[in-house]
Design a protein. Structure first.
Length: 762
């Protein structure tokens, strides 16, 4: 596996020498999607829920502003908020379910000391500050804002394992830097420790458990400790701690921590001076100093999820001799190199910004969970060593990302795919659970969402030659996953979301069949192919659609609005949206629906009833993942011009260069990956096979610099907002009449040329 990594890295470095010269980092607008606003979304799920702060590609740290405590605010930030609480070293991207991380929050202040951020409505006084929205700027790897209550400019950047903040203070006899060690999105840390270990160094840790809320407000079973080593650019001479009195038995979930009563208790915390360390249930650290006008102070923070030695080593590997500008410059170079994996030409300025911001969002997760010395926390919550065979990665939003993000990564960054699979396999092994988690978070089996999406990623990777992991162990764990979560008992999954469960389990059983076939296990291939037909058991021929069953096999009562009823048989969707999910047997699905014409008419009806703004709706609901492959069904039903029309329509209506530019949650890269692939003119329907659908690209030319050293180009002649249809096409100069291309043609290096027209063509 080590040779696999080195080979891909070296050939990729050579392939993008020209691309990385371009300043693609400045094309990124991190504010796209950076809102949790429910009113603007018209749905409880909110908007993109991205964060605007600084990060590196797939890095451990994300240094981002925090504007709110409490509510379903996964990023801890929402653009419309008017105050900032601080700047944290870790962040989740684009998630609901309350979120998590937001750890090690730093805030510069002046004047009287406050021990709590306080409430934005003023009911609890605190250190939070209003900020000048006109000064808030961001690009890939950099964020800046002016805190108007203190007249302090804050700048943020990051390295893979460290966060760096630069503060420009006004003249003040009592300036300050505060570190809130209890900070956690979706709740609070339950215990913290801090110690002054040098004249300008502070170290410590913050422990987070389900008792403190966090992921799923505790239901996500998040269990982790963040260790930190921080160095200030000036001596720490005048300092202290604060410690809130949190009674034993005090509930500390999301709503509790956000309450006025809890915040008031923190606001009344004891201030302790004259000691060098403190451990407690809700503590913080501060240092005070005089500043001259325009004086700059830098704070560099190395983090680790392993131990304090890990935080120190990460810091020593990335920070010595570096100041803010040095780190920011290196981070910009990293982003230019990674974003340079795909070059686009043509399109509008907004479309290029949307594209590179989308590509940027696909490169936040799955993030590195391994320290620079190769150590990581495993599925047994003990320390392990990767022996340089893979980088342990975390935050696998499986139910979302198997559809577009991981297929994209199989093209532009197969090493990350390989790492994630190795991480999931070792996690199943180390935890002794011996099955794959569907939504992994820092080693937690969270149980979030449904299906067995890791099986899709595994089958897709194996089919595409990404195999730097123990395939026999992976195959066994895939079978175990199907046995534990599947349709075995009744041939379907009963209950309120039974259609979603049954269809998704059927698909991933098909994925196991593909693995069995590749591994020469013929009898098991037949078994799982038979299981993959379970989708038929929830199709009601009387209603001509999919319908949930009860435990006894009877149909659940048909609701007033039928298949358009949200949560009737479906997870976060309706049976109409979920019912198309038979990607492994589109022919069988079409036949049972009444044939090709009936299916096409139904699909057209779906799209014609979709609102123009593409916000949350009961038809083609691009704001949520179950429909993301549906526009490509037209290709498989022999009407590629409809795939071309509707994917271009979605690209122009569901994605904008503005804060509200994502119509739904970003979901850890999935929403953006759909755009990257679709705007490029390609997208899969069924991960696990190598067929990639062709559609109408947004740009006149796209160049994929592939890790193997090859180049895949898509050239669209006469492309325009009017010319959305493909009139004719060639592959490597030869006439090509298929509406799909094989993954092997992409990775081998080829040129797909399209001649665009304003008239649909069969």
């Amino acid at each position: 596996m080590k040779r696999f990594h080195l080979l891909l890295f070296s050939v990729f470095t050579i392939a993008v020498l020209n691309a990385q010269q371009k300043d693609l980092a400045s094309c990124v607008n991190p504010f796209i999607g950076a809102s949790t606003n429910i009113d603007a979304a018209g749905a409880s799920h909110g908007l993109g829920k991205t964060f605007p702060g600084a990060a590196t590609p797939f890095g451990m740290t994300q240094v981002s502003p925090q504007t709110i405590t409490g509510g379903d605010n996964g990023p801890g930030y929402s653009y419309e908020h008017t105050t900032i609480e601080g700047f944290s070293m870790t962040q989740m991207s684009g998630v609901g379910w309350y979120g998590d991380l937001g750890n090690i929050m730093v805030m510069p202040t002046t004047g009287p000391l406050h021990t709590a951020a306080g409430k934005e409505d003023g009911s609890v006084k605190g250190w939070r500050s209003r900020y000048d929205k006109a000064t808030e700027t961001a690009r890939a790897g950099y964020y800046s804002v002016v805190l108007t209550d203190y007249d302090i400019r804050v700048e943020a950047t990051a390295s893979p394992h460290c966060g760096v903040l630069r503060f420009t203070y006004p003249e003040n006899k009592l300036s300050r830097l505060q570190i809130d060690l209890a900070r956690r999105v979706g709740g609070t840390a339950v215990e913290e420790y801090a110690e002054l270990t040098g004249e300008n160094t502070i170290e410590g840790w913050t422990r987070c458990t389900p008792d403190g809320g966090g992921w799923g407000d505790g239901a996500g079973k998040a269990l982790y400790t963040v260790y930190f080593h921080a160095e200030l650019s000036r001596p720490i001479a005048d300092y202290g701690f604060w410690s809130a009195d949190i009674p034993d038995g005090q509930s500390r979930h999301n709503g509790d921590v956000a309450s006025r009563e809890y915040q008031q208790r923190v606001a009344e915390a004891k201030v302790l001076r004259g000691q060098k360390s403190l451990q407690g249930k809700h503590i913080g650290f501060f240092t005070e100093f005089p500043t001259t006008n325009g004086e700059q102070v830098e704070l560099k923070v190395g983090i680790s999820f392993v131990d304090l030695d890990g935080a120190r080593r990460n810091f020593e590997a990335e920070m010595p001799g570096m100041d803010f500008d040095d780190v920011c410059r290196q981070t910009t170079e990293k982003w230019n190199r990674e974003l340079g994996r795909v070059e686009v030409e043509g399109g509008t300025d907004d479309e290029r910004t949307i594209f590179y911001t989308a590509l940027y969002h696909t490169m936040i997760d799955p993030r590195a969970y391994t320290d620079v010395d190769g150590r990581y926390i495993g599925g047994d919550y003990k320390i392990h060593h990767s022996q340089s065979t893979f980088t342990k990665r975390t935050i696998f939003s499986g139910w979302d990302v198997f559809r577009s993000q991981f297929p994209l990564l199989t093209i532009i960054n197969p090493t990350v795919v390989n790492d994630m699979l190795a991480s999931l396999i070792t996690m199943a092994d180390e935890s002794r659970r011996e099955y794959f988690e569907r939504w992994e978070f820092l080693n937690s089996y969270t149980g979030c969402m449904l299906g067995n999406p890791a099986l899709s990623v595994l089958a897709d990777a194996y089919a595409k030659g990404i195999r730097g992991y123990d395939i026999e162990k992976a195959y066994q764990y895939a079978k175990n996953s199907s046995a534990k979560f599947g349709n075995d008992e009744k041939g379907y999954t009963p209950g309120r979301t039974g259609v979603s469960h049954t269809l998704e389990y059927a698909y991933t059983d098909w994925c196991i069949a593909q693995l069995a076939k590749a591994l020469g296990k013929k009898s098991e291939e037949k078994l799982y192919l038979r299981k993959s037909q379970a989708w038929r058991n929830v199709f009601d021929s009387e209603k001509h659609w999919f319908r949930p069953r009860n435990d006894d096999g009877t149909w659940m009562e048909w609701p007033e609005h039928g298949r358009l009823t949200e949560w009737y048989g479906a997870m976060e969707s309706n049976a109409f949206q979920q019912g198309w999910f038979v990607p492994h047997d589109v022919k069988g699905m079409t036949k049972i629906m009444g044939g090709r014409k009936a299916a096409l008419d139904d699909l057209q009806w779906m799209f014609h009833n979709t609102p123009e703004d593409m916000m949350w709706n009961q038809y083609y609901n691009h704001a949520n993942e179950p429909v993301h492959f549906v526009p490509y069904l037209f290709n498989q039903l022999g009407e590629p011009s409809l795939t071309q029309y509707w994917t271009r329509y979605i690209c122009s209506h569901a994605y904008k260069n503005k804060v509200e530019g994502l119509c739904g949650n970003e979901d850890v890269g999935q929403m953006s990956a759909w755009y990257v692939l679709s705007a490029a003119g390609i997208h899969p329907v069924c991960p696990g096979n190598t067929r990639v659908e062709i559609t109408s690209p947004v740009f006149s030319k796209l160049t994929f610099h592939l890790p193997g050293g090859n180049t895949f180009r898509i050239i669209a002649h006469d492309n325009s907002p009017e010319n959305v249809y493909i009139g004719r096409q060639t592959l490597n100069g030869r006439s090509y009449k298929k509406c799909y291309i094989d993954h092997s043609d992409i990775t081998a290096g080829s040129t797909l040329e399209l001649w665009m027209t304003d008239k649909p063509k069969k």
